[in-house]
Structures are given as C-alpha cells and as structure tokens.
Design a protein around this ligand. Sequence first.
Ligand code: NAD
Ligand code: WQD
Length: 338
Amino acid sequence: MANKILVTGGAGYIGSHTAVELINSGYEITIVDDLSNSKESAIAGIEKITGQKVEFVKLDLRDYDALKELFANNKFDAIIHFAASKAVGESMQIPLHYYRNNIQCLLNLLELMDEYNVPNMAFSSSCTVYGQPDQLPVTEQTPFKPAESTYGNTKKINEDILRDAARSNEKYQLIALRYFNPVGAHETAEIGELPLGVPNNLIPFVTQTAAGIREQLSIFGDDYGTPDGTAVRDYIHVVDLAKAHVIAVDRLLGKKNKANYEFFNLGTGKGSSVLEVVNTFERVNDLKLNYKIVDRRAGDVEQTYADTTLANEELGWKAELGLDEMMKSAWAWQQKLN
Ligand code: NAD
Ligand code: WQD
C-alpha cells in the first residue's frame, strides 16, 4: 500500500506543487488547508495535472479537536507542514496572529504526532532565519541573525521547537528545509502563486505589472554593494523545491536520516540581482516592463544566496531549472489568471 502523507497548507503555492510531485512519486496524500491564503481551485489544478482525485479537508490547524479527529481517522506515515502565515509586512502589523498561527499549528501537529505515532515531518523554514549573513554563500552553520520581522521570528521559533522536540523525544524524525526565494509555476500553468491583494514579493509584482494590473514595478534600491547595485537573492524554481520535499520524505521513511533533527538549505547556490531578474523576464517573454528605481525597502538584506552542498550531497538533490524557466513559467501562470 502507498505511504500516506499529510500535506498541511497543500492548497498554497509551494504545497500544491509538492502535492503534484508526491502523487507522481506514488504517494497517497491528504491535504489540509483553511484556505486563508489560497483557493480550492488549487486542488482542482493538482487533480488535473496528476489525473488523480485528491483528498482535501478544509480545516484550521489551530483547531486541536478537529485535527485530532483527522489523526484518529487516518494513519499518516509522514507530514509535510507548509501551513503558515507568510507575509512579512503584515506580520509587523498583526504580530500576535503570526505568533499564534505559525507556532500553534506546529505545536498541535507535534503533540498529535506523538500521540498517534506519526514520527516523520518535513517543515517549511526559510532563509529569513539567517538575515544578512556575514559570509556568503550561506551554509547551514551560518549563525542566525536577530529576525527582521515577526514572520522571520516565527520561523526561528519553529526551528527551536523542532530541535527541542527532537532532543526530548527520539521518536520524532524531523527535517527543516530552509527555502531561499521560491518563484515560478508548474509548466502546465494549472497551479502557481496566488497572491491576494497587492503583492509584496518581486515576481508576482513583475508579472502583474506585465499584465497591466499594476502600473509600474518599483525596484527597491540600486545603491547596494552588488555588481549592478540592486539586491541579490537566490531564486529557486518552485518545482525544484517541491521535488526536494519528496526526497526528504523518502529519506525519513527509508530511515536514511542521520539525526532525528536535520536541516538543509534549498536554493540554486546562485545569486541574481533584481535587475537580472527583470532583464531575464523581459528577454524570455519578449516584452518590456515598466519599472523605476526607488529607495531601498526597510528591512531588506543586501544579498543572500545558499551554499547547497549539504542538500546536494546528503539528499542527492540539486536545483535543475534556471532563471529562464522561472520567468517563463511565472508569466505563463499570470496569463492564465488574467
Ligand atoms: P501559501 O500562503 O501559498 O501557503 C500556505 C497555506 O497554508 C495557504 O494555503 C493557507 O491557506 C494555509 N494556512 C495558513 N494557516 C493555516 C491554518 N491555521 N490552518 C490551515 N491552513 C493554513 O504560502 P507558500 O508560499 O506556499 O509557503 C508555504 C510555506 O513555506 C510557509 O510555511 C512559508 O512560511 C514557507 N516559506 C515560503 C517562502 C516563499 O517565499 N513563498 C519562502 C520560505 C518559506
Ligand atoms: C526580492 C527582491 C526586494 C518587490 C521574502 C521574505 C523571505 C522569504 C522570501 C518566506 C528584494 C526586491 C521586491 C518589489 C523590488 N519568504 N523587490 N520590488 O524580501 O527576499 O524575501 O520572501 O520565508 O522571508 O522576506 O523577497 O520577493 O519580497 O524581494 O525591488 O516590488 O526584490 O527589495 O531585493 P525577499 P521579495
């Protein structure tokens, strides 16, 4: 019988792409999501791509009793925990919501994993835990900096919780995956990022500007100490990222993990500047983007990109898709949304 994976936040951007890769790898999945930042159409998209019916439960993970019932009625082999609130700016306006949502969901899951003997979890962490690192590229041993946002702080606290849980109870088998900047969409354009309201992140703003939904892209600063003066990030195709989750689950179920708490950077290892992103978007999609340079955005780091050696060697995973594919697929998805 196929192993059954609980995918929390599976109607969301990264979760939906991971759901596709899990199904294509022979896993059975149950998605739970409260649709607070997603739409049920993502489930239909997953079903269309895979040709399989997906079990979807609309549920708020903060609701302990409802979650307990789900565990009581299912035998999960592993959990991939994506569900969280993720908007950096919003997290500074409603910090208590961010602490409550991002921490309580994880605590509820860990408690029920213990009670129902589900030891395995892969968790969505973020490069935000490193802040502006003193040395580049960023390895897993690079010290964390004080968080720039409440959102970032919740990810640090989540990692503390995972580490302490693993230390206190050897039953837990946990992997934190620290994503750099996930972008792009599935090649079928059936699923992709669905930003609600005005996007904060670069790529949705770029695609919405190209689509005429936004008048102009503001590039936040061109006076950084980078080759062209704009900030540098490690953009990673969401499908590459999704595949890493399948490998993490394989690793846990195959008992190939070397410690009961492990953590890995997931990026391409290559930094790209905002201008490089914009130029690539224009070139691969053969269009011109209306943009202007404005002041730096508060809280932004100058540059960050991953050392991916550990994920390459330990997980046998490597990002395969480049900026061209990221920008092409992001635009194809945006056009589908229009
Ligand atoms: P997303 O908002 O598209 O997906 C998260 C999903 O979780 C949404 O569908 C939302 O409805 C759901 N959710 C939120 N709170 C919930 C709750 N209490 N109960 C049930 N469902 C709930 O975000 P994403 O970009 O797919 O991110 C997935 C994970 O990866 C998050 O934990 C995020 O913090 C992390 N992450 C994202 C990025 C990024 O840039 N997208 C980078 C690093 C880490
Ligand atoms: C990328 C670059 C901006 C918008 C955020 C979170 C981080 C992680 C990934 C979850 C920066 C520039 C952006 C715009 C611009 N998420 N930019 N004009 O800030 O690297 O990371 O998402 O864990 O925690 O902080 O991503 O896409 O917002 O910005 O010039 O309209 O694009 O200044 O250099 P960021 P981003």
